[in-house]
Ligand binder design. Structure first.
Ligand SMILES: [Zn+2]
Ligand SMILES: [Zn+2]
Length: 346
């Protein structure tokens, strides 16, 4: 089968021919319908050889959807041909975090060498993929796999971040979304669907700000040296009750801290390497700063229900598997508006 692999540190990913995997006992083989292309893969491919956490070659793709092709021994509850999406942050299934559905914070994943598909385990940008346990599949029940696959990360990650800040996003509050690409443009929609907050979107690209407006942002502000002043002006000098930074680079994290109101939440989702100093006088009083990772299994089901109700519409651009390297190039160049989705069997 064909797969997109990251094979050499620092090199571009390549489409290669590899053997089609067979499901071992307990595993599920999916014929991949759709696989999302995420900016975090570009960060991974920029990491140096020293300390690189995964074995190479690595089949990329941590957003996957497919149809059940074959079941390993002992797997029940799934029909052959059933359309499903993959919950990516795999855990052990047995620790207290996994028991609560928070496999993204599994206490034993590192010790047991359990890795998400595309981030250690073979990923979704291939004709077929192995899912280690039926627990990590969510039936799509009529949802379109191409439109839905980005929700497994680009939907789940912002949803998890926003859900934690809901008590602060009361009527009259402001939510700031920094970076309105793959995750950010979904965040705007989740905020509009779940809160009465005024949503202010920040991005360096006019195209992405246009998309942010289209999907429901009340205000769209160019993310530059004047952005802080502009947001403070829009909030009458008070700042935002919740700031979600989907870039996480030094300048955006600094803006996030500067526009945070008293008792607000700053959530740094992007992995751009920026840091925000916390201490008396650094930020407004009682600001909470956190850097979460992905989301829980129950939250993924909730995200799909949100999509089913029609309030989340992911802006998708599709590519064939042969075009997957180009999708990464375009994402790197910042010219994908919304989410790139690969159709490995399209
Ligand atoms: Zn991702
Ligand atoms: Zn666990």
């Amino acid at each position: 089968m064909k797969a997109l692999q990251y094979r050499t540190i620092g090199a571009a990913p390549e489409v290669v021919e590899i053997p089609r995997p067979e499901p071992k006992p307990g595993e599920v083989l999916l014929k991949v319908t759709a696989a999302g292309v995420c900016h975090s893969d570009i960060a991974v491919m920029s990491w140096p050889e020293q300390g690189f956490p995964y074995r190479l070659p690595l089949t990329l793709g941590h957003e996957g959807a497919g149809t059940v092709e074959a079941l390993g021994d002992g797997v029940a509850g799934l029909e052959i041909g059933e359309s499903v999406a993959v919950y990516g942050p795999w855990g052990c299934g047995l620790c207290v975090k996994c028991a609560a559905g928070e496999e993204n914070y599994c206490q034993r994943a590192r010790e047991l060498d359990i890795n998400p598909p595309g981030l250690g385990a073979p990923g979704a940008i291939a004709e077929y993929m192995i899912v280690d346990d039926a627990r990590h599949l969510v039936p799509l029940r009529g949802l379109d796999p191409v439109q839905t696959v980005p929700l497994t990360d680009a939907g789940l990650t912002p949803y998890h971040a926003i859900k934690k800040s809901l008590p602060k996003l009361v009527p009259g509050s402001t939510a700031v979304v920094i970076g309105t690409g793959g995750l950010g443009h979904v965040a705007v929609q989740v905020l509009r669907a779940m809160t009465a907050a005024r949503v202010v979107a920040l991005d360096v690209s006019e195209d992405k700000l246009e998309l942010a407006r289209k999907v429901g942002a009340h205000e769209a502000v160019l993310s530059n040296a004047d952005a802080t002043e502009k947001v403070m002006e829009l909030t009458g000098g008070i700042g935002a009750q919740a700031v979600f930074d989907f870039v996480g680079a030094a300048p955006t994290v600094s803006t996030a801290g500067a526009v945070a109101a008293v008792e607000s939440d700053v959530t740094i989702v992007g992995i751009g390497g920026g840091t925000l100093p916390v201490g008396f006088g650094e930020l407004a009083f009682e600001v909470s700063v956190k850097a979460p990772y992905w989301g829980s299994r129950d939250e993924l089901v909730e995200v799909f229900e949100l999509a089913r109700s029609g309030v989340v519409d992911v802006h998708v651009e599709t590519f064939s598997l042969d075009e997957a390297p180009e999708a990464y190039e375009r994402l790197h160049a910042g010219t994908i508006n919304g989410r790139a989705v690969i159709l490995p069997n399209g």
